[in-house]
Design a protein around this ligand. Structure first.
Ligand SMILES: Cc1cc2nc3c(=O)[nH]c(=O)nc-3n(C[C@H](O)[C@H](O)[C@H](O)COP(=O)(O)OP(=O)(O)OC[C@H]3O[C@@H](n4cnc5c(N)ncnc54)[C@H](O)[C@@H]3O)c2cc1C
Length: 373
């Protein structure tokens, strides 16, 4: 098979690369090791927060605004809800680096938001059981994405635009040729001018040069059944991120009318290979998560109704890696637990690089060469 660009991995970012390329009229073949929309990727777990008040750095704001437009465009062309405009509430102690970044992102870019001092926060959002000192910033452009629907819808639109999308094709080798690259899968061979490797937690295998910079980390999600579900409906309870006493909690309102979802980050160590991920927590681990969630959200019960274990691949500086890693090969990986919201833009950047165009964003912060010894 012969094409202009081959995309390895049709998850969050690979789907977007295929969508962008196909819509530009570029011949693209996407190769996915599992079924399309499978449940092993970093895009599972029912929801992802979208924020423009960015804890990580205000430098992301131009990309976040462009990503939001692209999500809405994708949704408008579909018959599904991909984005719930719930707003996102950041809660923390005043003056922490995260809260400063949130405010700077919003204020410097004149984005709609509301600052809540401690009494206002307690009055408006009593569900969070806030301490006297904690303050809140409500990011009105924030919301909740539906990742499984978003990935399958992106693939559908990419296919409609002409992308050839092949499932159950694990790419095992990429080698340079005179014209570009040859990709060998478990079943076929694809020749292309360029390959984009968007293979998530599996990326270290195809791009060994990045191996030591990439760490696979488990991330756990829990769902709780509140006694008063209406208090956790989207109109009363926006998506949130809260940092307190070393606990980093994030969550979304009850979208199904019954359960509130919460994540508990940074406490699960790392695994050497995706196959080593344990899919269940022990009763002791569940109790520890439940008791932190109950402490911060006292109206939720101390025991989750269900949980699931996922993974993403992290870099030391928690910035993604998007750039050329060899003749004819661009990589897009390492999104460090916050890449879903930006997937349309990472896809656009990788599509630009694969076709020799200059991205419209400042992409130096994602340059893979920062990890060269
Ligand atoms: C629990 C959890 C919560 C998160 N919360 C948020 C959030 O609220 N907001 C946010 O913005 N981000 C969030 N993130 C981060 C975000 O979801 C990830 O950064 C993003 O989904 C990573 O996308 P990816 O394309 O790199 O990986 P994936 O979506 O996993 O895609 C990689 C794809 O490559 C395929 N593949 C791998 N190797 C091969 C091969 N050799 N051949 C063919 N195919 C291959 C895989 O099967 C997979 O389909 C969260 C992540 C997790 C796990």
């Amino acid at each position: 098979m012969d094409t202009d660009v081959a995309v390895v991995g049709l998850g969050s970012v690979g789907a977007m690369v295929s969508w962008h390329l196909a819509r530009r009229g570029v011949r693209v073949v996407g190769l996915e090791q599992f079924g399309l929309g499978h449940d092993h990727g970093a895009f599972t777990g029912e929801s992802r927060l979208f924020r423009t008040g960015y804890h990580e750095s205000p430098a992301y704001v131009p990309m976040l605004l462009a990503a939001r437009e692209q999500w809405l465009d994708l949704e408008q062309r579909s018959s599904r809800t991909l984005f719930h405009p719930t707003g996102v509430l950041s809660i923390g102690l005043p003056g922490t680096p995260q809260m400063r970044n949130v405010l700077e992102s919003l204020e410097q870019n004149d984005l709609p938001h509301e600052v809540l001092d401690a009494p206002a926060l307690r009055e408006r959002y009593p569900q969070h059981g806030c301490l006297t000192e904690e303050v809140g910033v409500l990011d009105r452009l924030g919301g909740v994405l539906r990742p499984e629907s978003a990935v399958t819808e992106t693939l559908r639109q990419a296919g409609d635009a002409g992308a050839v999308l092949l499932d159950r094709e694990e790419v095992v080798e990429i080698e340079p040729t005179e014209r570009g690259v040859r990709l060998r899968t478990t079943r076929t061979t694809v020749s292309a001018r360029h390959a984009v490797v968007a293979s998530g937690v599996w990326s270290g295998r195809l791009v060994p040069r990045l191996g030591t910079a990439l760490t696979i980390k488990p991330l756990v999600l829990t769902w709780f059944a509140p006694a008063a579900p209406r208090d956790f409906a989207p109109e009363r309870f926006p998506g949130f991120i809260r940092d307190l006493d070393g606990v980093h909690l994030f969550g979304v309102p009850s979208l199904d009318g019954a359960l509130v979802k919460s994540g508990w980050a940074d406490n699960w160590g790392s695994v050497d290979a995706p196959e080593q991920l344990g899919r269940f927590l022990s009763p002791q681990e569940l109790e520890a998560v439940g008791s932190d969630v109950h402490r911060l959200l006292p109206d939720l019960p101390p025991q989750p109704s269900r949980h699931s274990v996922h993974m993403d691949v992290f870099t030391p500086d928690r910035r993604g890696v998007v750039g050329r890693v060899g003749p004819g090969v661009t990589v897009a990986t390492g999104f460090s637990g916050h890449g879903f919201k930006l997937a349309p833009v990472f896809g656009e950047i990788a599509a630009d690089l694969a076709t020799g165009q200059r991205p419209r964003y400042d992409v130096e912060m994602f340059d893979p060469r920062r990890f060269d010894a």
